[in-house]
Write a protein that binds this ligand. Structure first.
Ligand SMILES: Cc1ncc(COP(=O)(O)O)c(C=O)c1O
Length: 414
């Protein structure tokens, strides 16, 4: 950091501040994680200097031999991990990965059937405020409000009526295993493409903790920074028949030069994802999430779908005197970071909401197991039941501090 301190001290201060925030708080945003020092080293390397438009062996710039090496490594490892025919590791983000898939097979005005945002879907699955909702004719499917689970039968009927060109599956806030095989058959029955977006669960899929959509989808997109614990970025996997369409939709279709420092970091991340330790980590994420759900339920909180099969828990606060916003703020006050989240049947605006989404990937990376997560669950309960009681909040803030000290995150950075 000595270089930044010299040339841009305000930026150095902000980075130091962020290191302290990450080190001294309990990070429970389900889409966040802590990348390894190796991933960050690659991301902060000279690979950021190079233009490498095109693909390995077919670049539009000279001097790309080392770019080819890292991109090939990233591609080979991704294919080994997920077992797809083809992969493109250049998308800058999950949204851009989805955009490239749409552009590879859809025309403006074509029909998209995706999960409703308030029921767990993502903006890029056809929300009106997103390009996907503006360019395409979109319908959304829902979860069953009683069970909190995807209404597969309702979805099949809706698909028969709407005749979508593509069905987008996968979610941002869905606590249960997704039946990709069934969704693939629903898409087949109506002759629609199936895009499975595993941005959230990619690490679980890589480790066999969640069923893989690869055999059941034409396209699989993901981010690389959530459960997969790599650099911030995206990736697309597809069948051979779509390989050249996807590649040209990424470049030159929607992107210019790839972020080669990020591609290098993806290669490092995929190396890590092939270890036994990574598999154990993913299994622990799920175990921790179940432990969290169980403590919260025992304390009387209502959970969407009654529990979890994956890395996150959705707390439904509709019958409580507090909103998602109140809960997020009160937890932030004590050093526990979660996000307010809509729940199925939501009546509050997205800036308020009636729920919180709580995830275990980041705390599991710190080495915490069920014992610690149960403690955290009880802290969350106490804060949410006493959001105006400063003494309870102070007590919990002290417990957060003790727990963080027990599980240092980046000891050589802070
Ligand atoms: C299911 C899903 N798809 C796509 C994305 C978009 O990823 P990004 O923020 O990298 O554009 C997200 C991000 O939260 C997501 O949850």
């Amino acid at each position: 950091m000595e270089h930044i301190e010299e040339t841009a001290p305000e930026v150095a201060d902000a980075i130091h501040g962020e290191i302290e925030r990450e080190e001294n708080g309990l990070e429970m945003i389900a889409s966040e994680n802590f990348a390894s020092r190796a991933v960050m080293e690659a991301q902060g390397s000279v690979m950021t200097n190079k233009y490498a438009e095109g693909y390995p062996g077919k670049r539009y710039y000279g001097g790309c031999e080392h770019m080819d090496t890292v991109e090939e490594l990233a591609r080979e490892r991704a294919l080994e991990i997920f077992g797809a025919d083809h992969v493109n590791v250049q998308p800058h983000s999950g949204t851009q990965a989805n955009m490239a898939v749409y552009f590879s097979v859809l025309e403006p005005g074509d029909r998209v059937l995706g999960m409703d945002l308030t029921h767990g879907g993502h903006l890029s699955h056809g929300h009106p405020a997103n390009f996907s909702g503006k360019l395409y004719d979109v319908q959304h499917y829902l979860v069953d409000e009683e069970t909190g689970r995807i209404d597969y039968e309702g979805l099949a009927e809706q698909a028969q009526e709407f005749e979508p060109d593509i069905i987008v599956t996968g979610a941002s806030a869905y606590p249960r295993e997704i039946d990709f095989e069934r969704l693939g058959s629903i898409a087949d029955e109506v002759d629609a493409y199936h895009l499975a977006d595993i941005a959230h669960i990619a690490g679980l899929v890589a480790a066999g903790e969640h069923v893989s959509p690869v055999p059941h989808a034409d396209f699989v997109t993901t981010t690389t920074h959530k459960t997969l614990r790599g650099p911030r970025g995206g990736m697309i996997m597809c069948d051979d028949e779509h390989a050249s369409g996807v590649d040209s939709a990424v470049f030159p279709g929607t992107q210019g030069g790839p972020l080669m420092h990020v591609v290098a970091a993806k290669a490092v991340c995929f190396n890590e994802a092939q270890t036994d330790e990574f598999d154990e980590y993913q299994a622990q994420i799920v175990e921790n999430s179940r432990a969290l759900a169980s403590v919260l339920k025992d304390d009387g909180w209502s959970l969407v779908s009654g529990g979890t099969d994956n890395h996150l828990v959705l707390v439904d606060l509709r019958d409580e005197p507090i909103t998602g916003k109140d809960a997020e703020e009160a937890l932030e006050d004590v050093g526990i970071t979660v996000n307010k989240n809509t729940v199925p049947g939501e009546e509050e605006p997205p800036t308020v909401t009636s729920g919180i989404r709580v995830g275990t990937p980041a705390l599991t990376t710190r080495g915490m197991g069920t014992e610690q997560i149960e403690r955290v669950g009880s802290m969350i309960s106490r804060v949410l039941s006493n959001i105006d009681d400063e003494s309870v909040k102070q007590e919990v803030a002290d417990e957060v501090e003790t727990l963080c000290d027990e599980f240092p995150l980046y000891p050589d950075l802070s």
